[in-house]
Write a protein that binds this ligand. Structure first.
Ligand SMILES: *Cc1c(COP(=O)(O)O)cnc(C)c1O
Length: 355
């Protein structure tokens, strides 16, 4: 059967009807990659899989939610959409808007957006506005505008975003024929952990899976309001996609943690970068720093003995790698030693290559 995006594949479980115009760029259907070396770190009985969401059409999981949000905006005859963004939401909103002739307005924190993401919003013809403030300020402004002007907000508080994003759980469950035992992912605004948990619960209620996973969410330690229990005024982390001090879906994230008997923890920027480099160097998978928080979290829990209490012959852990590494090449280059420059001579290259 030909694949045409997450709405088409999962429309049975989504709030769409025959009248909904489906705006798709064939998002979803991303690979689950077995992570041999990450698994080995945890131990023999663990099988860790990477849900590589960086392979979505705009390079992040945001496309799953955006196909729903934009399709519903078109169905309701909206003329324009607006979002605040740490980058990937705007890239995705801009692309899906371009496809549907909606005007797209994006409000970004000045200087805090990875280059690739900014390039995407611009080339897809969004009206990009940078503010002298952070993401949380941008979100407040966007909420204010969407309440008072005829524009549809497509941040993850838009319930259709969550609906689309829950399809990632469906794909994982369909792949294994059941839920994983644990699901790890980064937490910023907490829309994605909310969506995954909703997806797993729905599949469970339809008896498509026999168990529910424990949800493991990870914030960056400089932007960890849920872990600390209070909003962070000036969130700081190299993982710009999760640099959020006051998550929109805070309460839902706590529910996901509690209902699943999982946890929401935090990892330092150094731990995030170590996991980011590990994935690239040992697994051949390039994700953005925020995405690596899911693996950094696993490594941290493993060190603390969290997994040694887990019973069972084979434990399946899925980790969402939320975005592609190419979004932010600057950070990759800045954390690796620069390459040598040698004379244009075979001998010099052979020597430098260590052959
Ligand atoms: C949006 C985003 C996140 C955070 O997801 P939330 O739903 O806000 O928790 C993490 N990583 C990447 C790459 C993102 O684009």
């Amino acid at each position: 059967m030909k694949y045409c995006g997450v709405i088409n594949r999962y429309k049975k479980y989504l709030p769409v009807s025959k009248k909904t115009p489906i705006i798709t760029i064939n998002e979803g259907n991303t690979p689950l990659i077995f992570a041999n070396k990450v698994s080995a770190v945890l131990g023999k009985k663990f099988r860790v899989y990477l849900k590589y969401e960086g392979l979505n059409p705009t390079g992040s999981f945001k496309d799953r939610g955006m196909t729903m949000a934009i399709s519903k905006a078109v169905e309701s005859k909206s003329a324009a959409v607006i979002c605040a963004s740490t980058g990937n939401t705007s890239a995705s909103a801009a692309a899906f808007s371009a496809r549907s002739d909606l005007k797209c307005i994006v409000v970004l924190p000045e200087g805090a957006i990875a280059m690739g993401k900014l390039a995407q919003a611009m080339i897809h013809n969004a009206r990009v506005i940078a503010i002298k403030g952070n993401f949380d300020d941008a979100l407040d402004i966007v909420k204010d505008i969407s309440e008072n002007y005829p524009v549809t907000m497509v941040n993850s508080i838009n319930p259709y975003r969550i609906e689309g994003q829950k399809t990632a759980s469906f794909e994982i469950a369909d792949y294994f024929g059941d839920a994983p035992h644990f699901h790890s992912l980064p937490v910023g605004n907490a829309g994605n952990i909310t969506a995954y948990w909703k997806g797993y619960k729905e599949y469970y209620s339809y008896r498509k899976i026999s168990r529910l996973p424990q949800m493991l969410g990870f914030q960056a330690s400089g932007a960890a309001p849920i872990v600390k229990g209070y909003p962070i005024k000036k969130p700081e982390t190299i993982a710009t996609a999760i640099r959020i001090g006051n998550p929109a879906s805070w309460q839902k994230a706590i529910e996901a943690k509690e209902e699943s008997e999982g946890l929401i923890g935090m990892v330092t920027d150094n731990q995030i970068l170590a996991a980011y480099k590990f994935l690239a160097k040992e697994e051949g998978v390039f994700c953005e720093p925020a995405s690596a928080a899911s693996i950094a979290g696993l490594f941290k829990l493993n060190k603390s003995g969290y997994f040694s209490r887990v019973k069972g012959k084979e434990i399946i852990i899925t980790c969402t790698l939320t975005g592609h590494g190419l979004k932010d090449p600057k950070i990759a280059i800045s954390c690796i030693k620069p390459p040598p420059v040698v004379p244009a001579k075979t001998r010099a290259v052979v020597k430098a290559a260590g052959i």
